[in-house]
Ligand binder design. Structure first.
Ligand SMILES: Cc1cc2nc3c(=O)[nH]c(=O)nc-3n(C[C@H](O)[C@H](O)[C@H](O)COP(=O)(O)OP(=O)(O)OC[C@H]3O[C@@H](n4cnc5c(N)ncnc54)[C@H](O)[C@@H]3O)c2cc1C
Ligand SMILES: *[C@@H]1O[C@H](CO)[C@@H](O)[C@H](O)[C@H]1NC(C)=O
Ligand SMILES: *[C@@H]1O[C@H](CO)[C@@H](O)[C@H](O)[C@H]1NC(C)=O
Ligand SMILES: *[C@@H]1O[C@H](CO)[C@@H](O)[C@H](O)[C@H]1NC(C)=O
Ligand SMILES: *[C@@H]1O[C@H](CO)[C@@H](O)[C@H](O)[C@H]1NC(C)=O
Length: 497
């Protein structure tokens, strides 16, 4: 089997010990907010020396995010406590951030340094199913694995992540790409109701009949409208799955890309195929290429959908029948391991083989000088085919993924390294690659404007990618629900309108 980067094993202990942000004592206003949180939410506010604080920190995905030591962390267990926490922070004028599963990559997305406070929703994690079993209610701190497990007991599933460690809070907020997406659109197209704590601390339900403007805005909501304390989502029957990874010689790249394009045409007739993603890069200096397969049926190899892809010679394979989401996501999580420095950036463009080959060559040229023990990098092409676009458009998703209604590749560049000293060089290469990809797609008439919030780097114009009409609509809805822009002023992290 394939071997992953040796330095993936480095521990959080070393990160915490070497952190320099530990020592500074917080500004007095912040300390007052922490004191007030400790008093009003007794036993739920933690300070840097508390073990709960440390374990919450250690469960972020990227090492840079784990290195931010906020003045205190408050972990509400109910919507009411979330509201109490938010009111303390807004009345004390204390900057804050909000975290669910902690998987957004960039530092500060869901954490903050000593100049603020982190609201950690990991204890707000219950999962329940309606009596008619058509709706699952999931709280944001639940990880995908526990949702899958709870629903599997009822032979049900939801449109959720392909990584079982991802938190549902951020995933559903940003959109959500799932193996069920070709059938049912983005995960957030399947939300029927949100419970949300607004800027003034009130708790409301937003759905198609109550606060319907807010309901639609939240599908592109980011960290602008409030803290979501419950998502009610459609359930679907659980079926046996088929899937896994295949590893290839790099010489097969063009053949795979062509077959991926063919698969995107075939999936229009058979949308129970998952999202296929071609990952190409260097891990510990070794060039590799893998494609992931998923089919929500007994045996994808017996269908025409994957026939061309499966005919391509491969080096190794984990594809098998009788798997579930948890089995497939365990493989994804091993390929994208937590706990080290990482940075992702993303864009999308029309599915085109030559463009990807050119971007691959450019990536190799830019990242090669940094190859070696300490940098693993890859570029990932995920298929966003017309059935997904249609399912999402049917729900009027404001993200408006592909205005041109063409099959697109969701492109991302994913980097993993261990030394802080390399942060700038890695970022420079990423930025240069993104510029190349953007310019080249544009010059060939292959652009697609969607920038996926859940993979984007902090400086990417996620909202701009939804189009100016959508942005002005979202802004007017925000003005209604947060008229003094309290959240805009105090809530750090995520993407802002
Ligand atoms: C290994 C790995 C695999 C992944 N696989 C997939 C995949 O298959 N499909 C996919 O679409 N994405 C995938 N992602 C991306 C993932 O969707 C995002 O990282 C997502 O934001 C993670 O959600 P979280 O709750 O874990 O993150 P967090 O970092 O906790 O939150 C992300 C953002 O949302 C905000 N937020 C979180 N909870 C709330 C809330 N309740 N109310 C308001 N704001 C909130 C935070 O402030 C933050 O800005 C993957 C990421 C990783 C690292
Ligand atoms: C789930 O499906 C299995 C296999 O078909 C069946 O044996 C079991 O009773 C079902 N469980 C529930 C809760 O419906
Ligand atoms: C929508 O919100 C209203 C008001 O809270 C509630 O009565 C209704 O049940 C909600 N609808 C859904 C689908 O959750
Ligand atoms: C990949 O293929 C090339 C030429 O087709 C061959 O030279 C090389 O050894 C192969 N690499 C692996 C790892 O099989
Ligand atoms: C799949 O995961 C289940 C638990 O969800 C586990 O019992 C089973 O052994 C796994 N199967 C494979 C093939 O990995």
């Amino acid at each position: 089997m394939f071997r992953f980067h040796a330095s993936f094993a480095i521990t959080f202990a070393s990160i915490l010990v070497t952190s320099s942000t530990f020592a500074a004592s917080p500004p007095s206003g912040i300390s007052a907010c922490c004191q007030s949180l400790s008093r009003k939410l007794s036993g739920k506010c933690f300070f840097p020396s508390d073990s709960q604080f440390q374990s919450q920190l250690a469960s972020y995905y990227s090492a840079q995010e784990s290195a931010l030591i906020s003045a205190c962390r408050v972990a509400p267990t109910t919507a009411h406590e979330t509201s109490v926490a938010l009111q303390i922070l807004t009345s004390g004028d204390c900057p804050f951030s909000v975290r669910s599963g902690g998987h957004m990559i960039w530092p500060g997305a869901a954490n903050i340094d000593g100049s603020g406070i982190t609201i950690d929703l990991s204890s707000l994690s219950s999962i329940s199913i309606s009596s008619d079993k058509s709706v699952a209610s999931v709280q944001p701190g639940a990880r995908a694995a526990s949702v899958y497990d709870a629903l599997a007991a009822e032979n049900l599933t939801i449109v959720a992540g392909r990584s079982q460690t991802v938190g549902v809070g951020g995933y559903l907020l940003g959109g959500g790409i799932s193996n069920l997406s070709p059938q049912h659109g983005l995960a957030n197209d399947n939300i029927v109701n949100y419970e949300i704590v607004l800027a003034d601390g009130s708790i409301v339900e937003a759905n198609s009949t109550s606060h319907s403007d807010l309901f639609s805005a939240l599908k592109a909501g980011g960290t602008n409208f409030g803290i979501i304390t419950r998502y009610d989502v459609h359930t679907y029957p659980l079926n046996p799955m088929w899937g896994g990874f295949r590893f290839y010689n790099i010489s097969q790249q063009a053949a795979i890309l062509n077959a991926q394009k063919g698969y995107m045409v075939k999936i229009r007739k058979d949308p129970i195929g998952g999202i296929s993603g071609l990952n190409y890069g260097f891990m510990a200096g070794v060039e590799y290429m893998l494609l992931d397969f998923a089919y929500l049926g007994a045996d994808g190899s017996k269908t025409d959908l994957f026939a061309d892809l499966l005919a391509i010679p491969f080096i190794d394979s984990t594809i098998r029948t009788n798997v579930n989401q948890q089995n497939l996501s365990a493989e994804i999580d091993a390929a994208f391991p937590p706990g080290i420095r990482s940075e992702w950036a993303t864009m999308s463009f029309q599915a085109d083989t030559q463009l990807v080959l050119d971007i691959s060559a450019k990536a190799k040229q830019l990242f090669s000088p940094l190859n070696g023990q300490d940098l693993s990098w890859s570029i990932l092409m995920q298929t966003i085919a017309i059935p997904l676009l249609k399912a999402s458009a049917a729900q009027n998703n404001p993200q408006n993924i592909a205005p041109g209604n063409k099959d697109v590749f969701l492109f991302s560049v994913n980097t993993y390294w261990s030394e802080k000293a390399d942060d700038i060089a890695v970022n420079k290469a990423t930025q240069a690659l993104m510029k190349f990809a953007t310019d080249t797609a544009k010059s060939r008439g292959l652009s697609n404007r969607w920038i996926y919030a859940n993979y984007a780097l902090s400086d990417q114009d996620v909202y701009g990618s939804y189009g100016s009409q959508t942005v002005s609509k979202l802004k007017s809805i925000k003005a209604k629900y947060d008229s003094h822009n309290v959240l805009g002023k105090l809530w750090r992290g995520g993407f802002k309108l």
